[in-house]
Structure formats: structure tokens, C-alpha cells
Design a protein around this ligand. Structure first.
Ligand SMILES: O=P(O)(O)OC[C@H]1O[C@H](O[C@H]2O[C@H](CO)[C@@H](O)[C@H](O)[C@H]2O)[C@H](O)[C@@H](O)[C@@H]1O
Length: 268
């Protein structure tokens, strides 16, 4: 892990920044709430984590911010009252809110074409997986033999270059094709904070994430939120604190829950 202060060891310092404000949690899914596993469909939320999220969400704002397809991550978390951000911020939906980013909609024909091109190009590569999300495509090479991984990455990058409404991006064991527009997890969080009128005097946003796309959120929130990197993605980070793994995320969320419940008791 990069040399970051531990969000567990420094929980009192983090708590002090709440002051009289309520915490609003923004949580990434893969690598943060569930460990990274070879098969994306087997990245399942533990019951312990689900109960923890449910208990916090009953008292505080809790939003899932994922690169996955929104419906897919909502299905996996299975807490219908939450707001879910999918496709890296291009697809947002909650009980009383919905936003499909125009650049995602504009990129749909290119995404459909690129998906087919990639399925054809990679059909003979054992372990390569093309995961279509509504407004993105993840090309997985984690399960591809090392000598073929470069070919998979190149196919994905070339597919993105063939379509001007798409751009490539990196991640853990994946190359993603995303809408070619300056929009990302960080901007979608800013949009949510403004749309939900979360005033900085009343709310302190806290973001937990593990991968390169979470760095967009860390950078965006640097001056107005608390940011926590989970594990290590091998690059520089803009996060303020660190946690080693999903188990430590669980311990951190438990501390948040205790703090939230203690505040509720002291106000009753
Ligand atoms: O923003 P996230 O919620 O973290 O989603 C990022 C990507 O996560 C998934 O891929 C990653 O997790 C898989 C399961 O552990 C792993 O097999 C893969 O190597 C990782 O890159 C998901 O499949 C992607 O669509 C997301 O973009």
C-alpha cells in the first residue's frame, strides 16, 4: 500500500472533521466492498457487509459508485433504497432520482459496434472476457495466459480508437472502453452533492475506492471530502487515508456505524 495514514488508526482524527456534520458515504464496489476475484460475476457481497451497509443507510446517506453496469451492481448489493452510480458515473438511479449522461447515450451505437468487434476478435483467446455495461465495456485479461495478455489489451485499445465517441482506460486486469467525454466518478459525485443539495455545513462526504477510476473521485473531493484508498493499484494516489483490504473496510464501516448510532442515542 502507498504510505498513507491508516483510516482505522486515524479514525478519531477523521471523526473530528465531522464536527456537527453528518457523514455521507460514497462506496466503490469491486476491491472495496468485495475482494477482487477472477470471475466478475462471482464478486459477491458478504451478508455481514450487506447488513452493515443496510444499518448505516437507515440513518445516513450511502451511495454505491461503480464501474459496473448499474443494474448489475444494484442486484449484487441488493439494498433497493440506495442510490447507485453505474458505468463510471454515466448512469445514476435512486428511488427518487435518475440521470443518464448524454455522452453515454451518444456513445451507445459505438459501444454496440465495439462490443461485437471485440467478441469476434477475442473469440479464440481463452480466458478473455468482454463485459458489456450500459455505457462502457470492460475487456478482462486477468484469466488470459500471460503471453496473450498484450494482444487482448491492444485489441481493446484499437477498438476504442476506431470510434471517436469512445476512449480506453486502465483498471485491475482490464481495459475499459468508456464514452469519450470528460465525465467520471468524481464528477458524478459532485453532480449528486449539488443535486441532492448536500450542504458542506451539514454533510461530510467520505469516499472509499481501490482502483484507478477512484482516483478521479479522490482528486475531485480533495478539498471538500475525506478519501480512502483500499489496497494498492500500483500508481500515485490522491487519497488522504488508506485501508489494506476489504476486511479493513468492514472494520472502518463498523466504526462509522458505532459513531452514527452513538450520535443518534445522544440526541434521543
Ligand atoms: O468501480 P468498481 O465497482 O470497482 O468496478 C470496477 C470494475 O470491477 C469489476 O472488475 C474488477 O473486479 C473483478 C471481480 O473481482 C475482477 O475479476 C476484475 O479483474 C477487476 O477489474 C467489473 O467486472 C468491471 O466491470 C468494473 O469496471
Amino acid at each position: 500500500m502507498p504510505q498513507l495514514p491508516s483510516a482505522l488508526d486515524h479514525f478519531d482524527e477523521i471523526k473530528a472533521q465531522f464536527g456537527n456534520r453528518q457523514i455521507a458515504l460514497f462506496l466503490d464496489y469491486d476491491g472495496t466492498l468485495t475482494p477482487i476475484v477472477p470471475d466478475p460475476e462471482k464478486a459477491l457481497l458478504s451478508e455481514t457487509m450487506r447488513r452493515l451497509l443496510d444499518r448505516i443507510a437507515s440513518q445516513r446517506m450511502l451511495i454505491i459508485v461503480s464501474g459496473r453496469d448499474r443494474a448489475n451492481v444494484a442486484d449484487k448489493v441488493d439494498l433497493p433504497e440506495l442510490i447507485y452510480v453505474g458505468s463510471h458515473g454515466f448512469d445514476i438511479k435512486g428511488p427518487e432520482l435518475e440521470e443518464q449522461h448524454h455522452a453515454g447515450i451518444d456513445a451507445l451505437p459505438a459501444l454496440d459496434a465495439a462490443e461485437q468487434e471485440l467478441r469476434d476478435a477475442l473469440a479464440d483467446v481463452p480466458g478473455a472476457q468482454v463485459e458489456r455495461k450500459k455505457y462502457a465495456i470492460a475487456v478482462h485479461y486477468r484469466q488470459v495466459a500471460p503471453e496473450q495478455q498484450e494482444r487482448v489489451k491492444q485489441e481493446a485499445e484499437q477498438a476504442a480508437q476506431r470510434h471517436e465517441t469512445l476512449k480506453p482506460a486502465g483498471g485491475k486486469g482490464i481495459v475499459e472502453l468508456k464514452p469519450n467525454y470528460d465525465w467520471h466518478k468524481g464528477k458524478s459525485i459532485r453532480w449528486l452533492v449539488d443535486t441532492l443539495e448536500l450542504s458542506p455545513e451539514e454533510m461530510l462526504p467520505v469516499y472509499l475506492g481501490d482502483d484507478l477510476t477512484d482516483e478521479d473521485a479522490f482528486r475531485e473531493m480533495r478539498d471538500w471530502g475525506i478519501t480512502v484508498l483500499v489496497g494498492d493499484h500500483g500508481h500515485e494516489t490522491a487519497a488522504q487515508y488508506g485501508l489494506h483490504d476489504v476486511d479493513e473496510v468492514g472494520r472502518f464501516l463498523q466504526l462509522v456505524l458505532e459513531e452514527v448510532e452513538q450520535t443518534a442515542t445522544s440526541h434521543s
